[in-house]
Design a protein around this ligand. Structure first.
Ligand SMILES: Nc1ncnc2c1ncn2[C@@H]1O[C@H](COP(=O)(O)OP(=O)(O)O)[C@@H](O)[C@H]1O
Ligand SMILES: N[C@@H](CCC(=O)OP(=O)(O)O)C(=O)O
Length: 372
């Protein structure tokens, strides 16, 4: 027995996520030395024949110094400006460092829409697949300059889990400034690191806290554990450790916390919908429609709608609520909230006759629905 983790050594496609806290100096700017060390590790993974997708935070942090900002700004517009300045610098660093190893970087900036809406998802999926096919090392970040509060991941942990699913990765590695998941905030004495998480039960007594002392990251452990849930639920194991442990973790050493795969691989855009989107409203279903959606996996038709709540627009995630008031599913709705009262209880033929072309579409297509 070599003692190496087979989940790591056998993985042929690996998504590595590195947080802002692992890329920055104490003053909060990007530390070129840390980028260099990380790239050396990624290059060694590539050298053994595995493909790598890097999800890198740090755009905002990289933009601070050039803009003369002492710390991460609070306002969204200022963060977007910092990200706009910093993203180019960050990717430039990666491009230069990867080039030392004969590797090519490809920048991929994604929004929430790109991983939730069907057409966008397919597009992002195809781009990443082509980049990997060409031997490029994709460097992914959230498209911070266009994302708004409402449609923002904010942290890159869940984005990384989504990207891992999108590229059908065999492994997700989350690199942070802490060497694993602890049973309490690691700053508290006596807390212990968990080496393995095999199920939700293992997380029962764990206090999952927010961001670390560096203060440059977002989300803290909460979003990392959520990312681990999303990935492992889709059959992808996750290693969570510090960037100082990157070489050991990617070499298969038993460092950090290993979240074992719990679920089977499945179309996971919808998993994301269930886990990580905030519903913008609720659609109230009659008993027949609730049954059709839950038991038969049917699309939701206007005929089964009894009401709607919330100010959603077409394309937004909404919850589907049965007559008992239980949210049974979540889906991407095809109509604005203002259109719904005119649709209630009507057949597709009646909608077509009354409103004309386009109104005979389903309220939520079965491909855009996930049961809760
Ligand atoms: N139970 C826990 N185990 C480990 N770290 C935790 C825990 N609760 C909170 N944290 C904090 O989460 C921080 C990592 O999150 P964050 O600062 O967002 O990093 P990153 O920039 O890598 O995404 C750690 O520095 C740690 O202080
Ligand atoms: N997209 C942002 C990431 C925000 C962030 O700090 O994320 P993380 O460090 O992963 O918690 C950036 O590049 O600055």
């Amino acid at each position: 027995m070599s003692g190496l983790r087979p989940e790591v050594t056998a993985a042929s496609r690996i998504v590595v996520k590195v947080g802002s806290s692992s890329l920055t100096t104490a003053a909060g700017g990007i530390d070129p030395e840390r980028v260099r060390r990380l790239v050396d590790v990624l290059a060694s993974v590539r050298a053994r024949g595995a493909e790598v997708v890097l999800v890198s935070s740090g755009a905002i942090a990289a933009g601070l110094a050039p803009l003369g900002l002492a710390r991460r700004p609070r306002g969204l517009a200022a963060q977007q400006a910092a990200a706009s300045v910093g993203q180019g610098l960050l990717v430039h660093r990666y491009t230069e460092e990867l080039a030392r190893h004969g590797l090519i970087a490809g920048q991929v900036l994604l929004t929430v829409d790109d991983v939730t809406r069907r057409a966008h998802y397919r597009n992002a999926h195809q781009t990443l697949a082509e980049l990997l096919h060409l031997g490029v090392l994709p460097v992914v970040n959230e498209n911070d300059t266009v994302a708004t509060h409402e449609i923002r991941f904010g942290d890159n942990d869940r984005l990384a889990a989504l990207v891992a699913q999108m590229v059908h990765a065999d492994l997700l590695v989350l690199l942070s400034d802490v060497d694993g998941l602890y049973d309490g905030h690691p700053s508290q004495p006596g807390t212990q690191m968990l080496t393995d998480v095999r199920s939700e039960a293992d997380l029962a007594g764990v206090q999952i806290g927010s961001v670390g002392a560096a203060g440059v990251g977002t989300g803290g452990m909460v979003t990392k554990v959520e990312a681990a849930r999303i990935a492992t639920g889709a059959g992808i194991p996750v290693v969570l450790t510090s960037s100082d442990n990157a070489a050991a973790a990617l070499g298969g050493d038993a460092v950090g916390t290993l979240f074992h795969a719990t679920g089977k691989r499945r179309p996971t855009r919808l998993l994301w919908l269930a886990h990580a989107t905030e519903p913008k409203g609720r659609l109230l279903l009659d008993a027949g429609a609730a049954r059709a959606v839950v038991s038969r996996g049917a699309s939701l038709l206007a005929a089964g709608l009894t009401g709607a709540e919330g100010a959603f627009e077409a394309g937004d995630p909404v919850d589907l609520v049965d007559p008992a008031g239980t949210s049974v599913a979540r889906g991407l709705v095809n109509f604005d909230a203002s259109e719904v009262p005119g649709l209630l209880g009507k057949s597709s033929a009646a909608l077509l006759a009354e409103f004309g072309e386009g109104y005979d579409r389903v309220v939520i297509h079965r491909d855009d629905l996930v049961l809760l």
